[in-house]
Design a protein around this ligand. Structure first.
Ligand SMILES: [Zn+2]
Length: 296
């Protein structure tokens, strides 16, 4: 088929997609919404696969020359080969718009169905503990720590960990699931932003995917996170490891999947030794269990 003919066919297919996507009620057999755990789905020349659910992710490839891909209005970075990554926050809405602007400026928008999940919610009939009023020294120290975390998360490295199937950073059962939340007399507490792995103190912590170390609180432990390590996996996807006993990598180090990063501990606010592993993408919190292999 000649390139112009191919372009016409592609355009017709794209137009079909857009129309069907906009009026799902009268859609024909081809208008089935993308499955929530697709092998690989093709929409308007874009191929993608992933876990399209709250806390999940998507990896895709856009055709050569694609001008832009946005998700929920946010522009996604495209790698030189057209590959991209996106993810869905714990509280992502049931539908997010994926928009593509092709090489010739032709646009296509397609809603992606994001499967909602039910989180472990514990309702407690006591008021939220007021806790000790933090003193001025703590507030000042905490503000500096949060600034450091924010600056580290804003760094973008040219690294391909985001393309990899992740491995678990430590062995041990999951003692705290992502997303769990307590409600104190109607007042919600913060939800659990990572998974807790019950590993003994001193157990090794391995890189779940390739990355660059963007924060390593090796000397001074952070007030809540203790010896905190943040690894950027590229495309805005980052891992954080909390409560470590020690770290063996430094800011700027490139780490390979499986490489030793440090050891499990209980520094910062922790009641016992464990590894809290958190994954974030563009400010959204993701469920590590959707990135690492099932069946621990
Ligand atoms: Zn935790």
């Amino acid at each position: 088929m000649s390139p112009p003919a191919l372009a016409r066919v592609l355009r017709a297919l794209l137009a079909g997609c857009a129309l069907l996507a906009a009026c799902g009620a009268s859609a024909g057999p081809d208008a089935v919404a993308p499955p929530s755990v697709p092998g690989q789905t093709t929409v308007g020349g874009i191929k993608y696969s992933g876990k399209l659910t709250q806390g999940g992710w998507l990896r895709g490839v856009a055709p050569p020359g694609t001008r832009a891909v946005t998700l929920g209005g946010k522009p996604l970075a495209l790698a030189p080969d057209g590959a991209f990554f996106a993810a869905f926050d714990r509280d992502a809405p049931p539908s997010v718009q994926l928009s593509v602007t092709a090489a010739d400026g032709f646009g296509l928008a397609m809603p992606l169905a994001i499967t909602p999940r039910s989180w472990r919610i514990e309702t407690i009939d006591v008021a939220k503990r007021p806790g000790k009023m933090p003193d001025a020294a703590f507030r000042e120290r905490r503000a500096a720590e949060l600034k450091q975390i924010g600056a580290a998360r804003a760094l973008r490295s040219d690294v391909g960990g985001w393309r990899q199937a992740m491995i678990w950073p430590a062995s041990g059962r999951i003692s705290g699931a992502f997303g769990a939340q307590r409600i104190y007399r109607g007042e919600p507490g913060a939800y659990h932003g990572g998974v807790d792995l019950a590993a003994p103190a001193g157990a090794p912590i391995m890189a779940p995917a390739d990355g660059v170390v963007v924060l390593a609180a090796a000397d001074a432990a952070f007030t809540l996170e203790g010896h905190l390590l943040i690894v950027d996996h590229g495309m805005g996807l980052a891992s954080a490891f909390l409560h470590c006993s020690d770290l063996v990598v430094h800011v700027g180090d490139r780490v390979a999947q499986g490489q030793l990063l440090g050891h499990v501990g209980m520094t910062g606010r922790a009641t016992g030794p464990h590894l809290h592993w958190a994954l974030t993408w563009q400010g959204g919190r993701l469920d590590p269990q959707l990135f690492a292999p099932a069946g621990r």
